[in-house]
Design a protein around this ligand. Sequence first.
Ligand code: 3AM
Length: 350
Amino acid sequence: MQTLVGTLLNGRYRLDAQIGAGGMSTVYRAFDTTLERPVAIKLLHREIADDGSQIERFRREARAVAQLSHPHIVTVIDAGEDDSRPYIVFEHVEGETLKTRIKRMGRLPIDEAVAYAIEIARALECAHQNQIVHRDVKPQNVLIDAEGRAKVTDFGIAHSLDQEGLTADGRVLGTTDYVSPEQALGHPVTGQSDVYSLGIVLWEMLTGEVPFKGENQVAVAMKHVREALPDVQARRPEVSSSLAAVIDRATAKHLERRYASVHELIADLEDVLALETARAGGSTGEATSVIRTISPRARRRLPFRMRHPGWLALIGLVAVGAAAAVIVAASRQTHSGTGTVGAATRSTAT
Ligand code: 3AM
């Protein structure tokens, strides 16, 4: 395939290196020569650029994500066409995907895994509030930036809830490792399908592996439909029963038993994060930033010293101040005591 590295799209974006390739498009690290900053560009494959429905889908992704402004969603900066090939310009996220991180670390610390699940869930909540279902939540689509924050991307097969039917054809694209049973069966896909996939991502962050393996994508998809999710505590005994219960509810095969919304999932994950932090006596990595942003309800599960670090510092300061005052007072007393003795000595001498 002819490489496009070095090409200037629309006289503005210079393609510097290919960083990823999917079925429909290629992702490049690029440079915006107007604003002089790095960007990421997703360019539709030439073969697909002739297919009207695919072009429409690609444009829809750009439009859908452009509506969303959220700290945990990769921002769309621009979209256009060059030589009749559509492209989308995204903010460039310096870092790695969550998939790479899991592979590199084997499995993540429990509080960090829960923190990432909360960040991804918040991104999905924003999408759902805008009537957009991601439909392809997987760690390959989550970027971890230089500060350790999770950012969701690739709303490529996302579809708007009020456009039901446009892509609700039951087609499963790419991996089926995280596919919800209803999606695998070609049934209508809703926000609850994203909840299921996120539950599987959380299971993987905690164990280092995907729960279902099979000879091919269809076999794996059928396991999501038929087989019970392997017990996360059997794979990682330190996982608390509360966290295991959240995963069970997020990945329930029946919609009535699954969290009705990602909002409910977030509330339970925040409780779990507070409990885990209290149990461990502190948090690590990204959990430290997320714990600062949890709801007041979840915060109440933290011990006083973690809920009020400011107060603790104040109490410490007051204690240090009081101790200093005591020392000063004592030294004054000793000083005046010596004087008295000196005076006494002197008076004795005279
Ligand atoms: O295959 P790896 O993990 O090296 O990080 C993403 C992934 O890299 C990268 O493109 C590859 C396929 O998704 N990528 C996607 N969007 C990106 C962005 N906005 C990005 N890298 C930086 N910024």
